[in-house]
Design a protein around this ligand. Sequence first.
Ligand code: HEM
Length: 599
Amino acid sequence: MRHIKDNTTFWCINDIQPCDAEEWRRLDGSCNNLKHPARGTTHTPFYRMLPAVSDKDCGPNSKSDLPLVRRVRTNFLSEARVPDQTFTVLASYFLVFISTDVSNLHDTSNEPTTINYILWTPYCCLPKGQEDKMCAPIQVPADDPVHRFSGIRCFNLTRPMTFQSQGCRKKDTFPERIMSATPLFDLSSVYGNSLDKALEGRLFKGGLLKYEVEDGRIWPPQDVNHTSCLRNQKPYETRCHKTPSDEINSLMPINIVTIWFWRLHNHIANRLAKMNPCWDDEKLFYTTRDINIAIQAQILLYELLPMMMGYDNLINDGVLYPHGFRDIYKKQLTPQLSMEFPLTLRWLHKMQEGTIKMYDANGTYIKKEAIVDLSIRTGYLAVDNNIDYLTQGSFRQPSAKMDDHVVDPDMAERMAGIFQVSQDTFSSDLAKNRLMYIQPYVKYLEHFSGRTISSFEDLAEYFEPEVLEKLSELYKSVEDIDLLAAMWVEKPLDGGRVPHMFYCIVVEQLLRTMQSDRHWYERPNRPHAFTIEQLQEIRKVSIARVLCDVGDTVTHIQARAFQRIGPENPMQSCEEIPDINIKAWKDYTCSKKIKSPCD
Ligand code: HEM
């Protein structure tokens, strides 16, 4: 009653239908865990790998003697453009798409179409901001290397939304972050996070998602009001998507990969429908969704992560199992995301290239655009063949180098495009690290390695000597070092490209994610489980195949499309890129069921 009166039901209450142990993975994530049906839905509370650090009155980080986040950022990460020798920008596109599946609108969203501190609360640096408890602006030091002459002394920022800020729990309790995304990998950017939204996306015919055809290209349905495409350059750029997830219209990489997986759904559904004419819309839709979700997970786990984290490392730690079925389900584990996981994924901002280059299908360079100027601007994709050129560029352009101490200048100074004079993604990331009450780096090191760390010297194994010296200059005590700041400059782990700490946190989360997911695609005994033949077909997919199937103008591509084109990874015809054999899903009972006209 209180939530109805306070108009907080959206945030605080989930209406869940009774569970059926044999049903498909639900669109709203409920009933994954039969004992705790609400865990797995939107607003599932986070767990913490380590308890929060806080002062007794739960205020903002009490450690006032920590170095300013912007100072830490500019000391550790300088601004330039350095191409990676291995990864294409497609890898960064896929990673942000995956991040959006489990976290959302980049922690900036307040209402579906507004961006909390970018549009909704843009005043945190003004006197008004001092009265708003959600404001947590970032101070820019007077000797800042970029802003010493600009006069900018503050970046706008708001705190993460919590069950307390949204009115679900009493204000004087410890703030717990609230998130709209469902915590397991279930393609939320395509199917949304709630039942009613998901239904809006369905065509209810042939298992398909709604679609439109314009200039010979297939698009998700349009939002004629353009509510979330504020940067469309009207009247020329008019397209704006209306899909179950609002994320699609946000960042360009999320947008384009969601379009691909939206189309992939219909591509698979059409093949299934043709082969199994006796399947109804419901069966076609849920089977297709199940395959689509498995494809996303297969590509992430078996194609992209080994390049970043080391194949042998992931095998040894039980993340990969490149054989037949495996059943690692633990019903006592509830589906939940750790607070540390999305924070750790922010480290990947380092690999984000700021200038997106576009090519035609012959590989001829056409033009470039700043990625920060493509946010909330779906219309750009639909004009001047831009989606074709962006698609071609995605597997031709190198990403920014991920394991150096250099970040893209646009990501570092003007992430919010025209909406704010200056905005530094990395400073926001570090500020959020503190605003989420995350324990210091050394506590995580102790947690994962079992070692006790009491001095900077104890860290010699993890940092280069010059970096360690800088850490000791910036932080008064080794116990103060922020988790994310340490990851920015930690040495990469053996056999991989990511810092040792990134690896440990991501592995712990992935294991929990797989173990707590009753519908995990590699399980032989989940409801509507794949047969072994079907699983072997899923194991054949690659991001190159996805682009061959649904990417605009893609007829040739390198087999490992997250990796740059080269003699070891040459362009080849799509005909040569392995495809799923859809016959593994053939339902032989259909042929019996087809009615003869004489019946
Ligand atoms: C490698 C590609 C990228 C990855 C993997 C990535 C991932 C993430 C993740 C995991 C978060 C935290 C979400 C949360 O805590 O719920 C985040 C936050 C954010 N990202 Fe990205 N992102 C990428 C690219 C971009 C790009 C291209 C932009 C802007 C043009 C961007 C802007 C932001 C912003 C504004 C935030 C919120 C910062 C805050 O907390 O206030 N990201 N990103």
